[in-house]
Unconditional design. Structure first.
Length: 195
């Protein structure tokens, strides 16, 4: 809700009214540090345009790193792990593809970077279980689609269009990936649309 934008022509009272309505529906929103939302029943398969044996860049070991780098990687892994965005691969699971993840530093802050480039080079366009990443802590796989996969935005846009198709046809809402814009002629109509 902090990222929500309101028209500058709205009075403080109307902005407050809108915020109250959004707070009532907060379980449908991913807000700040709260758990992420999840769309059930929209599993995605990722198909590769390459045959076995897979090229070396799709079977890499973890990048070596200093103690400081390893600690930063652990922070970056534990967050998504705690939110069930990734899961650790078990010892008995077969793993054919792993993409090592380098860490970059900018303004004293670390960031995991570049793990999708090699995978995207071999991914069939618009055909999204292969998202496995490797670190010194082990092998992990995504349980949710990361946006860095080249088909992710198109797939999410189709899901959002399907979810909102009835109200999109009514002409008072526009959806672009994760941005939802509600527009109306009157405040009363707007309140009705928000409910």
């Amino acid at each position: 809700m902090r990222e929500g934008k309101f028209s500058t022509s709205l009075t403080s009272k109307k902005k407050l009214s809108s915020l109250k309505r959004l707070r009532k529906k907060r379980q449908a929103l991913a807000i700040g540090e709260e758990p992420l939302g999840e769309m059930k029943g929209n599993d995605i398969e990722l198909y590769l345009d390459v045959q076995r044996p897979y090229p070396p860049m799709l079977r890499g070991p973890p990048y070596p790193g200093s103690l400081e780098t390893r600690k930063e990687i652990e922070k970056h892994i534990n967050g998504p792990l705690d939110m069930d965005v990734i899961r650790k691969i078990g010892h008995n699971e077969i793993v054919e593809i792993t993409t090592p993840v380098p860490i970059t530093w900018h303004d004293g802050k670390s960031r995991l970077f570049g793990y999708s480039r090699d995978l995207n080079n071999y991914t069939k366009a618009d055909r999204l279980k292969l998202l496995r990443i490797i670190f010194h802590m082990g092998i992990y796989e995504y349980t949710r689609m990361p946006f860095v996969i080249k088909n992710a935005p198109a797939h999410l846009q189709r899901m959002m269009d399907t979810i909102f198709q009835d109200v999109i046809l009514e002409g008072w809402i526009a959806v672009y990936i994760v941005d939802i814009i509600i527009y109306s002629e009157t405040w009363e109509d707007h309140v009705q649309y928000m409910d």
